[in-house]
Structures are given as structure tokens and as C-alpha cells.
Design a protein. Structure first.
Length: 213
């Protein structure tokens, strides 16, 4: 395997200096307001004020507050990591376990200490009791797509002798997600720090050992 087969998660970068569309302006403003105030305390009127538009302009792009929050999730996760799920699927057949897990870890590393992303996760957890649709949105927009990619990888590599591809995908994705919550949200980094690259290396060892068995 060569480096050209490493996990291709990148999409073409947006041109720097190009004027944002009105929709982009709204999402940029919404990110600031939602992350500062939380979901419950944010109103469309406040977002409109921050974006310098009228409420009708926001509703011309987003049917409701929930749809706008979905756009925020995409902005902070998928766009920030430059994820292109179609490109990812095409790259899976030629990848070794090491290349796959290192690629996943590379993208995860972009978020694990990102202030905006951590604030988003705190909102999802903190307001999940009152607004259960919020974590469900994140699950659908981000986690399930990532899980589908991981499951697909193990399905495409029978040489690994994985009996349950979905569970294996959960082991990979869930390991990084739970580590982020434990270390960055619950304060584990101060009490008992664990670097994500150690988890990455262990996962590589585990799945490479399947090739030898």
C-alpha cells in the first residue's frame, strides 16, 4: 500500500477571500449565537441581528430553528474536517487497517481540541433531556455516516475475518468519541490524561493482528 491510498476524506477547499453567500453569513452568525447562548436560549431574531438580516431572510433558507441547528452541526464537523463521504467510500477497498485507522484518527484530531466543537458537544449533552432531537440530529448528520463508512470498510476486507462489521465500526468510531467526552468534556485530561494516538496505535495493533491469525 502507498500513501496515495491513505484515507481520502478531503473535499476541495473553499476559495479563500471569496465572498460568503447570504446563507453562509447566516450560518456563521448562528454558530456564534448558538454556541454562546445554547439552543434553548437562542432565538431566530437574535441570529438575524447577528447576521445583519431580517428574520424573513433566515426563513427563506431554513424552515425552522432545528434545520438551522443542523446547518451548524455540518459547519462545525463535516465542513471543518472537509469530509467527503463519497470519496471516502471509493478509497476503502485499497486501504490497509493502518491506513484506515490513521485516516480516521487524523480527522478526529482536528476536532478533539477544537473550542467550537467542544462547545457544540456540551450543548448536545447538556440540553439533550429538554431537546432530545439535538443529539439525534448529530447522530444522523455525523455519527451514523461515519459508522456507515467504518462498517463498509470491514465489509470490504474479509481477510480481516471480522464477524460483525457494524460492531467493528463502532469499536473504531466509538473509541475516539468516548475518549473525547471523557478527556475533554468530563475533565479526564486533568485527572488521568490519555492521548488519542495511544488509542489509535492500539486499534491498529488489534486489526493488524487479524491479518496474522
Amino acid at each position: 500500500m502507498t500513501k496515495k491510498n491513505a484515507l481520502k476524506l478531503e473535499s476541495p477547499p473553499r476559495r479563500r477571500g471569496r465572498p460568503q453567500s447570504k446563507r453562509d453569513d447566516i450560518v456563521t452568525a448562528a454558530v456564534e449565537v448558538f454556541l454562546d447562548r445554547g439552543y434553548a436560549s437562542t432565538s431566530i431574531s437574535e441570529v438575524a441581528k447577528e447576521a445583519g438580516v431580517i428574520k424573513a431572510t433566515i426563513y427563506s433558507h431554513f424552515k425552522d430553528k432545528e434545520q438551522l441547528f443542523t446547518a451548524i452541526i455540518e459547519e462545525i464537523t463535516i465542513k471543518k474536517m472537509q469530509l467527503d463521504f463519497d470519496v471516502m467510500v471509493k478509497s476503502l477497498p485499497d486501504m490497509s487497517p493502518r491506513q484506515f485507522i490513521e485516516g480516521m484518527h487524523k480527522k478526529f484530531s482536528m476536532l478533539e481540541k477544537d473550542p467550537q466543537y467542544l462547545r457544540l458537544v456540551r450543548i448536545l449533552i447538556g440540553e439533550s433531556a429538554r431537546f432530545p432531537e439535538l443529539p439525534e440530529l448529530y447522530l444522523k448528520v455525523v455519527l451514523l455516516k461515519g459508522m456507515t463508512i467504518a462498517t463498509k470498510y470491514f465489509e470490504l476486507h474479509p481477510e480481516l475475518n471480522i464477524k460483525d462489521s457494524f460492531a467493528a465500526g463502532h469499536v473504531v468510531g466509538g473509541s475516539f468519541w468516548s475518549l473525547l467526552v471523557w478527556q475533554q468534556i468530563l475533565g479526564g485530561a486533568k485527572i488521568r490524561p490519555l492521548e488519542s494516538k495511544r488509542v489509535k496505535n492500539l486499534l491498529i495493533d488489534l486489526f493488524e493482528s487479524k491479518l496474522e491469525s
